[in-house]
Design a protein around this ligand. Structure first.
Ligand SMILES: Nc1nc2c(ncn2[C@@H]2O[C@H](COP(=O)(O)OP(=O)(O)OP(=O)(O)O)[C@@H](O)[C@H]2O)c(=O)[nH]1
Ligand SMILES: [Mg+2]
Length: 331
């Protein structure tokens, strides 16, 4: 049976929300995730009309339409280096998710899932601490309504030193408000640290091997989250009291280069740009080398509640903390 799931992306400006979204369908198509390849998920962009009324007729009618959707535009902007999301509105994108392979019975007998994913400018929900950012009240109200109506929230945070970031206060307040909200539909919350490939830039062709090790991700998450003052507040949202399943993960929209296995940041270009084949234009110029990394995880977990090798619960983070405490005693 078709299920509809609303997912909100939130996080500070330049956190990587739009890039995560733009790389999502390619990540699923390339199986560049930590789920079993036997899960065989598919994710395709659909129109809002299809999301609202999934009928055979509308699907047939859509079959031969070649009009470029908003999602195609998003992907093109990402290929061109990315565009900051404007603060004038919030933006909805729609997808059909199916699972075609082996999965736990509770998942496989359900679906397909029609997803609404809301993207918005970081300044609306998580502005810099103390800054007065002028945002129209109805845009704020729209996003607040969307967050309260969402089954899942994906918090996209850049992998930076959290103690130096300018938005921890507003993020903590947002989490508090979510925990206190009576009328929320929230069931799952994923905290994802973006730009994961940047940690491995010195490792050359070994980079991908290290990135593919879930223990490395767990270690990095534990170290990063030690400085997160909002961790305890997030616990207030957790089931059973708060009814929300919380997961932590990492991702990289730039990912790694195919064949060469190094982080996909071209040293010969200004700033941080993905590798591309000279002489080729548009998305094809990038597709040859581009393998995004784990950007599927937050959305698949949000929709299905299914863990991958790279989604970690509080218990998993805590278990490692205990282990480390033990090794430091023994050292
Ligand atoms: N190195 C690297 N840079 C990335 C990655 N993903 C995004 N970026 C860069 O980070 C910057 C911000 O990314 P966005 O996806 O626009 O961030 P956002 O959260 O949507 O930002 P706002 O729309 O302003 O709230 C852009 O310059 C991207 O090119 C990544 O995986 N690796
Ligand atoms: Mg954006």
């Amino acid at each position: 049976m078709t299920e509809r799931v609303a997912i909100c992306l939130v996080g500070p400006k330049k956190g990587g929300k739009t890039s995560l979204l733009a790389s999502l369908t390619d990540c699923v198509a390339q199986s560049a995730f930590g789920y079993s390849p036997r899960l065989r998920p598919t994710l395709q962009p659909i129109t809002q009309a299809e999301f609202r009324a999934e009928t055979v007729e509308s699907r047939k009618a859509d079959f031969l339409t070649i009009e470029q959707g908003d999602y195609e535009r998003l992907k093109r902007d990402f290929a061109d280096g990315g565009v900051a999301t404007d603060t004038l509105d919030t933006y909805e994108y729609y997808f059909r998710l199916s699972v075609n392979g082996e999965a736990p019975p509770a998942v496989v007998t359900r679906g397909p899932w029609l997803l609404e994913i809301v993207d918005s400018a970081g300044e609306i929900a998580v502005p810099p601490d103390g800054a007065e950012v002028a945002i129209l009240n109805d845009v704020k109200a729209k996003l607040a309504g969307q967050m309260l109506m969402s089954e899942a929230i994906v918090m996209v945070l850049p992998m930076v030193r959290l103690e130096d970031s300018a938005w921890t206060g507003t993020l903590a307040r947002l989490i508090d408000r979510l925990a206190l909200a009576q009328d929320r539909k929230l069931r799952r919350l994923v905290v994802v640290f973006s730009q994961y490939e940047r940690l491995f830039t010195r490792l050359g062709p070994s980079a991908f091997t290290y990135a593919c090790d879930p223990d490395v991700a767990l270690h990095v998450l534990r170290k990063t989250l030690r400085a997160a003052q909002w961790m305890d507040r997030l616990r207030a949202l957790e089931a059973p009291r708060g009814n929300v399943s919380v997961r932590f993960t990492v991702c990289s929209a730039y990912g790694f280069t195919k064949r060469f296995q190094n982080p996909n940041i071209d040293p010969h270009q200004l700033g941080e740009r993905r590798f591309r084949r000279a002489g080729l234009e548009g998305a094809r110029a990038y597709a040859e080398y581009w393998r995004p990394f784990l950007t599927a995880e937050p959305v698949l977990y949000a929709a299905l509640g299914l863990d991958s090798a790279f989604t970690f619960s509080y218990e998993q983070l805590d278990a490692l903390a205990e282990e480390n405490a033990l090794t430091s005693i023994l050292a």
